[in-house]
Design a binder for this molecule. Structure first.
Ligand code: MG
Ligand code: MG
Length: 275
Protein backbone atom coordinates (compact mmCIF):
# COMPACT_ATOMS: atom_id res chain seq x y z
CA UNK A 1 0.00 0.00 0.00
CA UNK A 2 1.54 3.30 -1.06
CA UNK A 3 1.53 6.07 1.52
CA UNK A 4 0.22 8.58 -1.01
CA UNK A 5 -2.80 6.70 -2.27
CA UNK A 6 -5.68 5.86 -0.02
CA UNK A 7 -8.37 6.94 -2.44
CA UNK A 8 -10.52 3.83 -2.18
CA UNK A 9 -10.12 3.73 1.60
CA UNK A 10 -11.15 7.38 1.86
CA UNK A 11 -14.15 6.92 -0.41
CA UNK A 12 -15.44 4.01 1.69
CA UNK A 13 -14.73 5.76 5.01
CA UNK A 14 -16.56 8.90 3.91
CA UNK A 15 -19.59 6.96 2.75
CA UNK A 16 -19.80 5.02 6.03
CA UNK A 17 -19.24 8.13 8.17
CA UNK A 18 -22.16 9.81 6.41
CA UNK A 19 -24.37 6.74 6.86
CA UNK A 20 -23.57 6.60 10.58
CA UNK A 21 -23.96 10.37 10.83
CA UNK A 22 -27.49 10.09 9.48
CA UNK A 23 -28.31 7.53 12.18
CA UNK A 24 -26.95 9.90 14.86
CA UNK A 25 -28.77 12.93 13.46
CA UNK A 26 -32.06 11.02 13.31
CA UNK A 27 -31.77 9.92 16.96
CA UNK A 28 -30.23 13.11 18.35
CA UNK A 29 -33.39 14.77 19.63
CA UNK A 30 -35.22 11.57 20.51
CA UNK A 31 -35.42 9.85 23.89
CA UNK A 32 -32.52 7.39 24.28
CA UNK A 33 -32.23 4.07 26.01
CA UNK A 34 -28.98 4.26 27.94
CA UNK A 35 -26.84 1.46 29.38
CA UNK A 36 -23.61 1.81 31.32
CA UNK A 37 -20.23 0.15 30.66
CA UNK A 38 -17.08 0.49 32.81
CA UNK A 39 -18.57 2.97 35.30
CA UNK A 40 -21.89 4.68 35.97
CA UNK A 41 -20.82 7.62 33.78
CA UNK A 42 -19.50 5.49 30.85
CA UNK A 43 -22.60 5.31 28.64
CA UNK A 44 -23.69 3.38 25.56
CA UNK A 45 -26.88 3.61 23.51
CA UNK A 46 -28.47 1.61 20.72
CA UNK A 47 -27.20 4.33 18.35
CA UNK A 48 -23.55 3.58 19.26
CA UNK A 49 -24.17 -0.10 18.48
CA UNK A 50 -26.08 0.53 15.27
CA UNK A 51 -23.46 2.96 13.95
CA UNK A 52 -20.67 0.50 14.70
CA UNK A 53 -22.58 -2.28 12.94
CA UNK A 54 -22.95 -0.08 9.84
CA UNK A 55 -19.33 1.07 9.80
CA UNK A 56 -17.56 -2.19 10.59
CA UNK A 57 -19.89 -4.11 8.28
CA UNK A 58 -19.05 -1.77 5.41
CA UNK A 59 -15.32 -1.78 6.11
CA UNK A 60 -15.16 -5.58 6.38
CA UNK A 61 -16.98 -5.95 3.09
CA UNK A 62 -14.71 -3.47 1.29
CA UNK A 63 -11.41 -4.54 2.87
CA UNK A 64 -11.70 -8.17 3.98
CA UNK A 65 -7.94 -8.59 4.44
CA UNK A 66 -7.60 -5.66 6.86
CA UNK A 67 -7.89 -5.71 10.67
CA UNK A 68 -10.56 -3.87 12.65
CA UNK A 69 -11.00 -2.38 16.12
CA UNK A 70 -14.38 -0.97 17.12
CA UNK A 71 -15.26 0.49 20.50
CA UNK A 72 -18.49 -1.43 21.03
CA UNK A 73 -17.19 -4.78 19.78
CA UNK A 74 -13.77 -4.59 21.45
CA UNK A 75 -13.45 -7.47 23.88
CA UNK A 76 -11.72 -5.48 26.62
CA UNK A 77 -8.21 -5.92 27.90
CA UNK A 78 -5.32 -4.55 25.87
CA UNK A 79 -4.78 -3.85 22.21
CA UNK A 80 -2.63 -5.95 19.91
CA UNK A 81 -2.06 -3.76 16.88
CA UNK A 82 0.10 -5.18 14.12
CA UNK A 83 1.67 -3.56 11.06
CA UNK A 84 -1.19 -4.58 8.74
CA UNK A 85 -3.81 -1.97 7.76
CA UNK A 86 -6.04 -1.63 10.82
CA UNK A 87 -9.27 0.36 10.93
CA UNK A 88 -10.02 1.95 14.29
CA UNK A 89 -13.62 3.07 14.77
CA UNK A 90 -15.51 5.05 17.38
CA UNK A 91 -19.12 4.95 16.17
CA UNK A 92 -20.14 7.79 18.50
CA UNK A 93 -17.47 9.86 20.23
CA UNK A 94 -19.18 11.96 22.88
CA UNK A 95 -21.94 9.53 23.88
CA UNK A 96 -22.60 11.44 27.08
CA UNK A 97 -23.13 14.57 24.95
CA UNK A 98 -25.37 12.57 22.60
CA UNK A 99 -27.54 11.40 25.51
CA UNK A 100 -27.91 14.99 26.69
CA UNK A 101 -28.35 16.42 23.16
CA UNK A 102 -25.20 18.55 23.58
CA UNK A 103 -23.98 18.94 20.01
CA UNK A 104 -20.31 17.84 20.21
CA UNK A 105 -20.81 14.31 18.93
CA UNK A 106 -18.95 12.64 16.08
CA UNK A 107 -18.19 9.49 14.14
CA UNK A 108 -14.48 8.57 14.04
CA UNK A 109 -13.02 6.31 11.36
CA UNK A 110 -9.23 6.05 11.33
CA UNK A 111 -6.75 3.82 9.53
CA UNK A 112 -3.39 2.68 10.86
CA UNK A 113 -0.67 1.29 8.61
CA UNK A 114 2.55 0.13 10.26
CA UNK A 115 0.85 1.30 13.48
CA UNK A 116 0.82 4.92 12.26
CA UNK A 117 -2.36 6.91 11.49
CA UNK A 118 -2.57 7.48 7.73
CA UNK A 119 -6.23 8.38 7.18
CA UNK A 120 -8.88 9.98 9.35
CA UNK A 121 -12.52 10.94 8.97
CA UNK A 122 -14.30 12.68 11.86
CA UNK A 123 -17.89 13.66 11.17
CA UNK A 124 -20.18 15.66 13.43
CA UNK A 125 -23.62 15.51 11.79
CA UNK A 126 -25.24 17.77 14.40
CA UNK A 127 -23.20 20.89 13.66
CA UNK A 128 -22.29 19.56 10.21
CA UNK A 129 -18.50 19.45 10.38
CA UNK A 130 -16.70 16.83 8.29
CA UNK A 131 -12.97 16.61 9.00
CA UNK A 132 -10.81 14.61 6.62
CA UNK A 133 -7.09 13.95 6.33
CA UNK A 134 -4.83 11.58 4.46
CA UNK A 135 -1.14 11.39 5.27
CA UNK A 136 0.82 13.89 3.21
CA UNK A 137 -2.28 15.50 1.71
CA UNK A 138 -3.31 18.08 4.33
CA UNK A 139 -6.48 18.31 6.40
CA UNK A 140 -9.87 19.78 5.53
CA UNK A 141 -13.17 20.63 7.20
CA UNK A 142 -16.16 20.57 4.85
CA UNK A 143 -13.72 20.65 1.95
CA UNK A 144 -11.76 23.71 3.11
CA UNK A 145 -8.13 23.46 4.15
CA UNK A 146 -7.63 23.88 7.92
CA UNK A 147 -4.56 24.96 9.90
CA UNK A 148 -3.72 25.15 13.60
CA UNK A 149 -3.57 28.49 15.42
CA UNK A 150 -0.48 30.69 15.78
CA UNK A 151 -0.82 30.96 19.56
CA UNK A 152 2.65 30.93 21.14
CA UNK A 153 2.11 30.79 24.91
CA UNK A 154 -0.22 29.66 27.68
CA UNK A 155 -1.16 33.28 28.41
CA UNK A 156 -2.78 33.59 24.99
CA UNK A 157 -4.14 30.02 24.86
CA UNK A 158 -7.53 28.41 25.14
CA UNK A 159 -6.95 24.81 26.18
CA UNK A 160 -9.45 22.00 26.63
CA UNK A 161 -9.40 18.92 28.82
CA UNK A 162 -11.83 16.19 29.80
CA UNK A 163 -12.79 14.81 33.19
CA UNK A 164 -13.37 11.25 31.99
CA UNK A 165 -14.92 8.52 34.11
CA UNK A 166 -12.75 8.54 37.24
CA UNK A 167 -14.84 9.72 40.20
CA UNK A 168 -12.47 8.63 42.98
CA UNK A 169 -11.34 11.43 45.30
CA UNK A 170 -7.73 11.04 44.15
CA UNK A 171 -8.64 10.98 40.46
CA UNK A 172 -10.83 14.05 40.77
CA UNK A 173 -8.12 15.88 42.74
CA UNK A 174 -5.57 15.16 40.01
CA UNK A 175 -7.84 16.47 37.27
CA UNK A 176 -8.86 19.60 39.13
CA UNK A 177 -5.20 20.07 40.06
CA UNK A 178 -4.32 20.26 36.36
CA UNK A 179 -6.94 22.92 35.76
CA UNK A 180 -5.75 24.82 38.82
CA UNK A 181 -2.16 24.86 37.52
CA UNK A 182 -3.21 26.16 34.11
CA UNK A 183 -5.39 28.88 35.61
CA UNK A 184 -2.60 29.94 37.95
CA UNK A 185 -0.30 30.17 34.90
CA UNK A 186 -2.72 32.85 33.59
CA UNK A 187 -4.19 30.74 30.80
CA UNK A 188 -6.76 32.64 28.74
CA UNK A 189 -9.44 29.95 28.95
CA UNK A 190 -10.21 26.32 29.77
CA UNK A 191 -12.88 24.35 27.91
CA UNK A 192 -14.30 20.82 27.94
CA UNK A 193 -16.18 19.72 24.83
CA UNK A 194 -17.04 16.17 25.94
CA UNK A 195 -15.55 14.44 22.88
CA UNK A 196 -11.86 13.64 22.49
CA UNK A 197 -12.00 13.75 18.70
CA UNK A 198 -13.92 17.05 18.63
CA UNK A 199 -11.30 18.54 20.95
CA UNK A 200 -8.44 17.39 18.71
CA UNK A 201 -10.20 18.57 15.52
CA UNK A 202 -10.87 21.90 17.23
CA UNK A 203 -7.12 22.29 17.76
CA UNK A 204 -6.60 21.29 14.12
CA UNK A 205 -8.84 24.11 12.91
CA UNK A 206 -7.47 26.67 15.35
CA UNK A 207 -10.46 27.30 17.62
CA UNK A 208 -8.57 25.66 20.48
CA UNK A 209 -4.81 25.94 20.93
CA UNK A 210 -4.25 22.67 22.80
CA UNK A 211 -6.04 19.74 24.42
CA UNK A 212 -4.98 17.08 26.90
CA UNK A 213 -6.78 14.18 28.55
CA UNK A 214 -6.37 10.92 30.42
CA UNK A 215 -4.42 9.14 33.10
CA UNK A 216 -3.71 5.51 32.14
CA UNK A 217 -5.11 2.53 30.21
CA UNK A 218 -8.10 2.34 32.59
CA UNK A 219 -8.97 6.02 32.82
CA UNK A 220 -8.28 7.79 29.57
CA UNK A 221 -9.03 7.93 25.86
CA UNK A 222 -8.68 4.78 23.80
CA UNK A 223 -7.22 4.23 20.31
CA UNK A 224 -10.66 4.75 18.73
CA UNK A 225 -10.84 8.21 20.29
CA UNK A 226 -7.43 9.18 18.93
CA UNK A 227 -6.49 7.64 15.58
CA UNK A 228 -8.73 9.49 13.12
CA UNK A 229 -8.31 12.87 14.80
CA UNK A 230 -4.53 12.44 15.22
CA UNK A 231 -3.84 12.41 11.49
CA UNK A 232 -6.24 15.34 11.01
CA UNK A 233 -4.27 17.35 13.58
CA UNK A 234 -0.81 16.54 12.26
CA UNK A 235 -1.89 17.21 8.67
CA UNK A 236 -3.18 20.60 9.89
CA UNK A 237 0.29 21.39 11.24
CA UNK A 238 -0.19 20.40 14.89
CA UNK A 239 1.61 17.95 17.16
CA UNK A 240 0.39 14.89 19.06
CA UNK A 241 2.06 14.04 22.37
CA UNK A 242 1.70 12.25 25.67
CA UNK A 243 0.88 15.10 28.09
CA UNK A 244 3.24 13.50 30.61
CA UNK A 245 6.00 13.97 28.01
CA UNK A 246 7.21 11.99 25.01
CA UNK A 247 5.48 10.79 21.89
CA UNK A 248 1.82 9.83 21.65
CA UNK A 249 1.12 6.16 22.43
CA UNK A 250 -2.47 5.45 21.39
CA UNK A 251 -2.74 2.66 23.98
CA UNK A 252 -1.45 4.71 26.94
CA UNK A 253 -4.74 6.39 27.83
CA UNK A 254 -3.07 9.81 27.63
CA UNK A 255 -3.22 12.33 24.82
CA UNK A 256 -2.12 15.85 24.08
CA UNK A 257 -2.84 17.78 20.92
CA UNK A 258 -1.20 21.16 20.43
CA UNK A 259 -0.75 23.73 17.72
CA UNK A 260 3.05 23.65 18.12
CA UNK A 261 5.88 21.88 19.94
CA UNK A 262 6.50 25.09 21.90
CA UNK A 263 3.00 25.31 23.37
CA UNK A 264 2.95 21.54 24.01
CA UNK A 265 6.21 21.81 25.97
CA UNK A 266 4.95 24.81 27.97
CA UNK A 267 1.73 23.02 28.96
CA UNK A 268 3.52 19.75 29.73
CA UNK A 269 5.89 21.65 32.03
CA UNK A 270 2.95 23.44 33.67
CA UNK A 271 1.09 20.18 34.31
CA UNK A 272 4.18 18.24 35.30
CA UNK A 273 4.45 19.59 38.81
CA UNK A 274 1.20 17.92 39.72
CA UNK A 275 2.43 14.34 39.92
MG1 MG B 1 -15.02 7.95 22.20
MG1 MG C 1 -17.85 6.00 21.48
Amino acid sequence: MSSSTYERELEVALDLAKQAGAVIAEAFDQAKHVDTKSTSVDLVTSTDKECERVILGGLREAFPSHSFIGEESHEGGGFSIGSEPTWVVDPVDGTNNFVHAFPFVCVCIGLLVDKQPVLGVVYNPVIDELYVAVKGQGATCNGKRIRVSQCASIRQAIVSTEFGYDRTAQGVAEMTGHVSRLLTAQIRGVRSLGSCAMNVCSVARGRLDAFFEGKNESFGPKPWDMVAAAIILTEAGGVMRDWQGGELDITSGRIMAANSPQLADEIIACLGGNS
